[in-house]
Design a protein around this ligand. Sequence first.
Ligand SMILES: Nc1nc2c(c(=O)[nH]1)N=C([C@H](O)[C@H](O)COP(=O)(O)OP(=O)(O)OP(=O)(O)O)CN2
Ligand code: ZN
Length: 120
Amino acid sequence: MYKISKQFAFSASHILEGLSGDHPCSRMHGHNYIITVHLKSAELNEVGFVKDYRELSFIKKYIDDVLDHRHLNDIFDVNPTAENIARKLYEIFVKQAPQIYAVEVSETPKTTAIYEADGK
Ligand SMILES: Nc1nc2c(c(=O)[nH]1)N=C([C@H](O)[C@H](O)COP(=O)(O)OP(=O)(O)OP(=O)(O)O)CN2
Ligand SMILES: [Zn+2]
């Protein structure tokens, strides 16, 4: 199995619902998000790629157009935790790149949430 990944970045604000009022993440705050998209394939194409990194430019376009400098509570129909964002982005991106099997979301340099498709 061959595996590749590519990172994308955006800045956005959010409020996490369902936390106690004294939890800092219940207040509006922002992150410099890093998204890592993971792809895999048992076979390489004729060039020797799982997929040309340049063919992932649709992800950069989505992030720039939809997420960058936005309030994520207005974008997603779920609480915008890192876990939920990872799953939502997986579901959106896999439609155009079926080799994607996982999406990672980092809100800070010390934290990462990963959504990985079952049995892929
Ligand atoms: N499992 C999750 N826990 C938390 C999430 C999340 O999405 N999933 N999100 C947050 C906050 O939005 C934000 O990420 C703050 O995280 P935290 O690690 O507390 O950030 P700090 O920089 O304040 O942490 P330090 O320990 O001060 O470095 C919270 N939890
Ligand atoms: Zn946060």
